[in-house]
Design a protein around this ligand. Sequence first.
Ligand SMILES: O=P(O)(O)OC[C@H]1O[C@H](O)[C@H](O)[C@@H](O)[C@@H]1O
Length: 546
Amino acid sequence: MSRLTESPAWKALAAHHASIQGCHLRELFATDPQRFERFSLEAAGLFIDYSKNRITADTLALLIQLARDAELPRWTERLLGGDMVNHTEQRAALHTALRAEQSVYFGGRDVLPDVKRVLEHMRRFSDAVRSGNLRGITGKPFTDVVNIGIGGSDLGPAMVTEALRPYGSPELKVHFVSNVDGSHLTDTLSALNPETTLFIVASKTFTTQETLANARSAREWLLNGLRTGSAVSRHFVAVSTNAEEVQRFGIAPNNMFEFWDWVGGRYSLWSAIGLPICIAVGFENFAELLAGARAMDEHFAQAPLEKNGPVILGLLAVWYANFFGTRSHAVLPYDQHLARFPAYLQQLEMESLGKSVDRQGRPVDYQTGVVIWGEPGTNGQHAFFQLLHQGTPLVTADFLVGARAHHPLAAHQRMLVANCLAQTEALMRGRTEDEARAELEARGLKGEALERLLPYQVFPGNRPSTTIVYESLTPRALGALIALYEHKVFVESVILNINAFDQWGVELGKQLAKSLLPELEAPPGGTLSHDASTNGLINYIRARSS
Ligand SMILES: O=P(O)(O)OC[C@H]1O[C@H](O)[C@H](O)[C@@H](O)[C@@H]1O
């Protein structure tokens, strides 16, 4: 048994769970008229209603005790203070310094001047691209920007650029190419003109196979189109921590935007990795995004645990995965502009919490990260909500919705909000047999016909959800929303005693892909070094690939 599962707070939670397991959310609402006020909070301009969760005041008190036992406040100070919280890579995780206004020290050195210097570089560059002052080699202003990157060097900026589309300009389109599948690059470039296209090669390490392959092919496309070697220096910039590799690729140091080892890939959209965001929506809006995240950082650092958004969301995640046995969590933005938010959160949460060894190197005896998935509402309602309402697994869900939209179709926004709230209510209340019977009777059914249909019309309800409301999806609200989830993940990692900032699990597949590539390229007939299945597949594909 681990210290966590042996702890009095954990055991008390297990006993408490047994005592409230049979309790329905309907009853909890019926017996406590203050439930909504008690279990909702405001955090950096976001409103979080977590009253439709299977908790009581006792649950919360026990979960808070768990957080105190794990010394969450001390860990938060360590995180924000630049301590080496990523112990397996000997690194800090200082993404909060990227949006800070006050000095942050790392290794005895204030990192703020470096952060501000790069932000200034981003401001100057993005202003010049947007105004048309910076032009391609033939003198034409840029009309298209292609960000080439993958994982954290793609998902964050791609998600934010889409989320802030109303702040973009139609004259300048920003595209994202991540997949090594050549169709991603080919399809993107097919409509573009090399004279007016700017490439950003974004890679923290600048050694990622997919990104370098795409960058090389993009360079070839540019050179074929413009027929002058010097075009690369006018049409390519890089964002990386690895100046040497950037130069080796042929991008000059003055075309490189720097960031640092203490920024994790999946936490990097606030750094120069955010350059495509600056170009798409302007530096002022990027600064607003940072300000929203900073407000959430302050909330996280200062709000009491009981009223702390990231703490509450993190504790709920631990509660469900460990005591209710949930294995997946749906993120359901009722906001088309947040279509990529679930994909972004998949990396943030699943790379951070997909661990089964604790900080001391021992296997864990509890659940860590769950599967994160989701699609925008209302589309999801017509696809997978059936399982949420009547399926066998218990799936928890976050519903995200804005009070106001950017578009002028106010009636649509009301319909969207009505659907969002109706779903959370339906999940919570369900429909009892009596209610279902009454409804069928009202539809004119009776006797055997009614009885036959009845079991299918019953909804168990008691399915938990949290609703997060923002006034409208401004850069500031979005910054706060992203930082809310960043800190939620950190809270979980502290309770679960795992490192949220490494990702060794990604390595094995990468290594094997490198060793497999020459075998795929070799002529058929040579010996293969893998298991029978992999060898068989290589042979099958090799025989059909040319
Ligand atoms: O930015 P790069 O160094 O190219 O890395 C891109 C991605 O590579 C790996 O797959 C890591 O697991 C991710 O965390 C990272 O975001």
